[in-house]
Ligand binder design. Structure first.
Ligand code: DC
Length: 236
């Protein structure tokens, strides 16, 4: 055995919670503020689902779906203050990925252990200096159990549906609040009820109910905890 010192791993802030709770916005702001990398792990499940739909792979063919996940040709093009552009085999797919068809299919493929295993190392590879903000469902429990800070956000299904409803209306898209609540409830129970890596907060996570909080308040909470946990030169 060599006595050579192990290379220090870059620090990680793991941010978990259910759909529509505001993790994406929080993570984007934290990454911009701290100058850290960003992992949108949900996008990897959505990309697997999209690639499978495009290739007409059945959403219950676990072995074939795992092969699709392992072979994803994906590129995240980071840009400041904006969600990264996402390219699948060189094609921009950001808008398609956010659609309900992809979301529902992603939730099905994410329940399959072989798909999760196929995506594990790809997620860990995002851990690079100076640090990583990891957004998902199992960041603090499975992917980065040694994360220096684990945050778990929650909010009522009604509030999350209302946020999504407003987002869709602002984009001029049709939306029905009742069916959004139903979709969110269905996705929550699939994500929390699956056998592998179910949605749950890590025992050592800091938990926040964001139902009546603004995004600025949630960011301040996260930055305060981060400043206490990590040795930043300065967080303005
Ligand atoms: O966060 P999102 O809505 O983009 O996630 C899409 C789906 O992938 C959702 O059903 C939850 C699932 N997911 C997961 O199982 N594990 C993760 N780390 C991230 C997302």
């Amino acid at each position: 055995m060599s006595d050579a010192p192990k290379p220090t791993l870059a620090p990680v802030i793991a941010v978990d919670g259910p759909s529509g709770v505001g993790k994406g916005t929080l993570c984007q702001r934290l990454a911009d503020r701290l100058g850290w990398h960003l992992l949108d792990s949900g996008a990897l499940y959505r990309l697997t689902a999209l690639a499978a739909l495009n290739r007409e792979v059945a959403l219950d063919d676990e072995a074939e779906l795992a092969a699709v996940a392992a072979g994803l040709e994906v590129e995240f093009v980071a840009s400041r203050d904006q969600p990264p552009r996402i390219l699948l085999a060189g094609m921009e797919v950001g808008v398609e990925l956010r659609g309900e068809t992809c979301a529902a299919a992603a939730s099905r493929v994410a329940a399959l252990p072989a798909v999760r295993a196929a995506l594990l190392q790809r997620q860990r590879d995002f851990r690079q200096a100076p640090g990583l903000i990891a957004d998902g469902r199992d960041m603090g429990t499975v992917v980065f159990p040694d994360a220096g800070l684990k945050l778990f956000l929650n909010a009522s299904a009604e509030e999350r549906a209302m946020r999504r409803y407003k987002q869709l209306r602002e984009k001029g898209l049709d939306a029905n609040l009742m069916s959004l609540v139903e979709e969110i409830n269905a996705r929550d129970s699939r994500d929390a009820g699956r056998a592998v890596a179910p949605l749950q907060s890590a025992a050592d996570a800091e938990v926040l109910d964001t139902t009546s909080l603004s995004i600025a308040e949630v960011c301040d909470w996260a930055l305060r905890l981060a400043a206490r946990r990590f040795d930043f030169p300065k967080i303005a």
